[in-house]
Design a protein around this ligand. Structure first.
Ligand code: AP5
Ligand code: MG
Length: 191
């Protein structure tokens, strides 16, 4: 699991890690954005919530996750990006992984201060126009992270599964820090 505030680099790092670890990258944000683009009933429901910077309901998210984690390509593992974001989601994940017989190897937290987040999302808003990168919405997303997702980070810290990584630096520097905290990266296994 990759966890961290909006714009902390989860997606960027997961794209690199999936090549290293040879497992799929599952981003709940990307799954929701494709549903929005496709105009499915789910996408229609999710769109306004996402554009406001709030979280889509736990019930909807669990449905999406269950569907994705029961696909064939995740049998050897996966990188989860953007889930869990609430304590009920963390509970649901634990139960689902228990049922699938796939324990969580690590929860990596990318730590990036708000001023860097504001700068990164400002740039991306200019370049790509992602609706929720609008500055006011980024502030809301940071608030939502502090209120609803920080308790999830604390939960994993207390149960000893959390690996904290400094997310400021070049993409390569952050990537190396992640590999260094993973329990059994391919590097370690073949070294
Ligand atoms: P989601 O898509 O998950 O968005 P997010 O986590 O809020 O933010 P990002 O995806 O923007 O950040 P990221 O950490 O992936 O960083 P990235 O690599 O892109 O969720 C969107 C919305 O969907 C939510 O607000 C919610 O409404 C809904 N949703 C999703 N999951 C949900 C769930 N489980 N429950 C309920 N609702 C859910 O990098 C950001 C930018 O910085 C990029 O431009 C990148 O190029 C740049 N960058 C990356 N690394 C660096 C670096 N080291 N230095 C400088 N710039 C960098
Ligand atoms: Mg992302």
């Amino acid at each position: 699991v990759l966890i961290g505030s909006p714009g902390s680099g989860k997606g960027t790092q997961a794209e690199r890690l999936k090549t290293e670890l040879q497992v799929p990258h599952i981003s709940t944000g990307d799954l929701l954005r494709s549903a929005v683009r496709a105009g499915t009933p789910l996408g229609q429901k999710a769109r306004a919530v996402m554009e406001s910077g709030n979280l889509v309901s736990d019930e909807i998210m669990l449905g999406i996750l269950e569907e994705r984690l029961t696909a064939n390509d995740v049998a050897d593992g996966f990188i989860l990006d953007g889930y869990p974001r609430t304590l009920p989601q963390a509970d649901a994940l634990e139960q689902l992984l228990g049922r699938l017989g796939q324990p969580l190897d690590a929860v990596v937290e990318l730590q990036v201060p708000p001023e860097n987040i504001i700068e990164r999302t400002r740039k991306r808003f200019q370049a790509e126009g992602r609706a929720d990168d609008e500055p006011e919405t980024v502030r809301k997303r940071l608030e939502v992270f502090a209120r609803q997702t920080a308790p999830v980070v604390d939960f994993y810290r207390r149960n000893g599964q959390l690996k904290e990584v400094d997310g400021v630096g070049t993409i390569g520097e952050v990537y190396d820090r992640i590999l260094a905290v993973l329990p059994r990266s391919r590097d370690a296994a073949t070294a």
